[in-house]
Design a binder for this molecule. Structure first.
Ligand SMILES: Nc1nc2c(c(=O)[nH]1)N[C@H]1C(S)=C(S)[C@@H](COP(=O)(O)O)O[C@H]1N2
Ligand SMILES: [Mo]
Length: 526
């Protein structure tokens, strides 16, 4: 504050702001802002991927760049406490930097600039980790944003030097400032704790998955016959690798269920309620089946379908153990995160390979595909059958219960409709004239595919060559040799199912029970 001569002999104090904040208050602002950066980042790292934690990644990066001699010295000196020493030292360095950030912020937003710069350095460290994906930048970037906003906000309300000298603890603005600081610190600590907690659960699941030993199926899935994968670049692979398998679910955060914690309760209209652990399952015979899964939301020509070898326990056996009471016509399955699907009892007991699956293509289910257990039912769209992270099967009736998507306007029953897709040529491709191969895939689970036909422009429908059929529950690849003639062309495809029904040309949206219509593709030959 300044004394401004107003008129001769009279000095007056301006009622202006208290000037720049005192050093202690500014340092406190810096500390809280830095805590918020880390807290918010930790929270989102927990939600996205524990490996995205800036603290952990920075630590790992420091270790990687520590000279070998120093590293050995540290291990020598501190033994197993070397990690604790590392994190405590990092904490000390961060504390000092945070105070500097606060002090620099007093006059100009230099502190914010430093905070952003440091945050970006950490971001580079996070993205440099071996398992990092671009998404890993999100936690630290959100943290920086929260930190800078908090810093600006608090600094503007921090008490100045005179205020600190002249007014006591009871000064309301000073009290308010301390309350704000305490509030921000609480948010930082709360989000960090929440993030660590959420992340710890997922880390436990990943460790559990790595230890998970798949049951040995009493019957393995037959190897795909030669020719199931026609040698055409760009055609859909017969077996979809796990990391390329489409993923659909309502989970914002993947449910974290370890195989040890997992239980499956079978109850409702049954003779005896049962609850199974993973060990209980292991005493029962497992089978392995090749089954193509399809999403009801798949548009004509879409890619929400995949084919995998599933190891699991026949649901018919488990239901028989519980004893399905007459009158029950639906199994309402519930996941660990509250998703539900309503499956006809008949579809689980009519002899098809309906499974409580624990394995996918020879590995435990990936967490995003339902680890440790999910349902897989041939012939039904996923939304009425394929509950991932399944924990509960209730025998009930379609006139009493409604599953998740049925309550939202989708059909209660969801048998898979016949579909065919063109994979090659790619959309708007340019291909040279002359002999070429057009290729794709078709599916009609339970009924199978008996024919695929293609049509170029308004020409006649011509039969495509079908790859050998694996089973009626799997998709079938097709190819068609064509002497391509120059020009712009439209290619159309349609399939015939095992009941002799030609796929309908009638266009329908996915809602309420699956899309229909012929897939077409336009391309140029030149
Ligand atoms: N728990 C749970 N299971 C679920 C869903 C879901 O939202 N939550 N979606 C279903 C739908 S709509 C489909 S198509 C399949 C997809 O299985 P995938 O993600 O393994 O391909 O899972 C089904 N199981
Ligand atoms: Mo789906």
């Amino acid at each position: 504050m300044q004394d401004i001569p107003d008129s001769p002999g009279i000095a007056r104090r301006t009622p202006e702001p208290a000037g720049e904040p005192n050093a202690a208050a500014a340092g406190l602002c810096g500390l809280v802002a830095a805590a918020l950066v880390l807290g918010i980042a930790e929270l989102f790292a927990g939600l996205i991927d524990p490996d995205a934690s800036p603290f952990v990644s920075t630590g790992a990066t420091v270790v990687d760049h520590t000279p070998k001699a120093l590293r050995e010295f540290a291990i020598d000196q501190f033994g197993t406490a070397d990690k604790a020493v590392l994190f405590v030292s990092m904490g000390a360095v961060m504390t000092v930097l945070a105070v500097v950030v606060g002090l620099l912020e007093r006059r100009r937003p230099y502190g914010s600039a430093l905070l952003i710069a440091l945050g970006l350095v950490v971001c580079v460290a996070v993205l440099g980790r071996p398992t990092a994906t671009p998404v890993f930048a999100i936690p630290i970037l959100l943290g920086i944003a929260a930190g800078v906003v908090t810093l600006r906000f608090l600094i503007a309300r921090a008490p100045g030097p005179k205020a600190a000298d002249e007014v006591g603890e009871t000064d309301p603005s000073r009290r308010r400032f301390l309350m704000l600081v305490a509030g921000a610190a609480a948010v930082a600590a709360g989000s960090a704790a929440a993030g660590r907690w959420v992340g710890a659960r997922m880390r436990a699941v990943t460790a559990d998955l790595e230890r998970f030993v798949l049951p040995r199926p009493v019957t393995g899935a037959a190897a795909p016959p030669p020719g199931t994968d026609p040698p055409v670049p760009g055609i859909t692979e017969f077996v979809t690798p796990n990391d390329a398998f489409y993923r659909i679910d309502t989970a914002l955060r993947i449910p974290a269920v370890t195989s040890e914690d997992w239980r499956l309760r079978i109850h409702g209209m049954v003779d005896r309620e049962i609850e199974l652990t993973m060990d209980d399952l292991r005493r029962r015979p497992a089978v392995e089946k090749m089954i193509t899964l399809t999403c009801v939301s798949n548009e004509v020509g879409g890619d929400l379908a995949g084919n995998a070898r599933w190891i699991g326990y026949p649901l018919a056996d488990l239901l028989a153990e519980a004893g399905v009471r007459p009158g029950a016509d639906m199994v309402l399955s519930t996941s660990a995160d509250g998703f539900t699907a309503g499956t006809p009892v008949a579809a689980l007991t009519d002899g098809r390979d309906a499974l409580l699956a624990v394995g996918m293509n020879g590995d435990p289910l990936p967490v995003e595909h339902g680890y440790p257990a999910r349902l897989v039912v041939p012939g039904l769209y996923g939304y009425v059958s394929a509950t991932k992270w399944v924990v509960d099967l209730e025998l009930t009736r379609f006139d009493r219960a409604q599953a998740y998507w049925t309550r939202r306007g989708w059909s209660a029953r969801g048998p898979i409709k016949t579909a065919s897709r063109i994979d090659v040529p790619a959309p708007f491709a340019k291909i040279p004239p002359g002999p070429t191969v057009v290729a794709g895939v078709a599916w009609a689970q339970r009924r199978g595919i008996t024919a695929v036909e293609v049509q170029v422009d308004d020409g006649p429908w011509q039969p495509a060559e079908l790859a050998p059929e694996y089973s009626s529950d799997t998709w079938r690849q097709w190819t068609w040799r064509w002497d391509a003639v120059p020009g712009d062309h439209t290619l159309r495809v349609r399939a015939t199912d095992g009941e002799g029904r030609v796929q309908t040309e009638q266009r329908a949206d996915p809602v309420p029970d699956g899309a229909t219509g012929w897939h077409t593709r336009t391309f140029r030959v030149e």
